[in-house]
Ligand binder design. Structure first.
Ligand code: AMP
Ligand code: ZN
Length: 113
């Protein structure tokens, strides 16, 4: 996707603070963190949001959770707790239309949808 900001981050056309990368996913620090730990985990394949997940590509979601698990442990927030959020479409608060998990933690989180 030519105009997708996260595809540009994957192609390293836009700088980011990468914390994890493999052949399927990339994880980088959110530019506007909501908590001490705020990482975005994205598939390298451009999927707009959860509505683009189907029988063929659904394995990527399990992989994204595995990476979130690893990064939460590495960031030292696994025991106290954290949140994984994915927003979908306008009323879900989605701003960037490339599927992403927010991994958020490092403090007591307020309830938010
Ligand atoms: P969402 O509202 O779920 O679509 O979240 C998009 C997230 O992407 C927001 O938390 C932004 O702060 C974050 N974001 C946007 N541009 C960048 C960027 N260039 N590098 C890192 N995070 C970004
Ligand atoms: Zn994209």
């Amino acid at each position: 996707m030519q105009d997708c900001i996260f595809c540009k981050i994957i192609k390293k056309e836009i700088p980011s603070q990468v914390v994890y990368e493999d052949e399927l996913v990339m994880a980088f620090k959110d530019i506007n963190p909501l908590a001490p730990v705020h990482v975005l985990i994205i598939p390298k394949e451009h999927l707009a949001n959860v509505l683009d997940i189907n029988e063929e590509n659904a394995d990527i979601v399990g992989h994204m959770y595995l990476v979130a698990n690893k990064l939460a442990r590495e960031a030292g927030i696994s025991e106290k707790g954290f949140r994984i959020v994915t927003n979908c479409n306008e009323e879900g608060g989605q701003v960037v239309y490339h599927l992403h998990f927010h991994l958020i933690g490092g403090e007591k989180l307020k309830c938010f949808a």
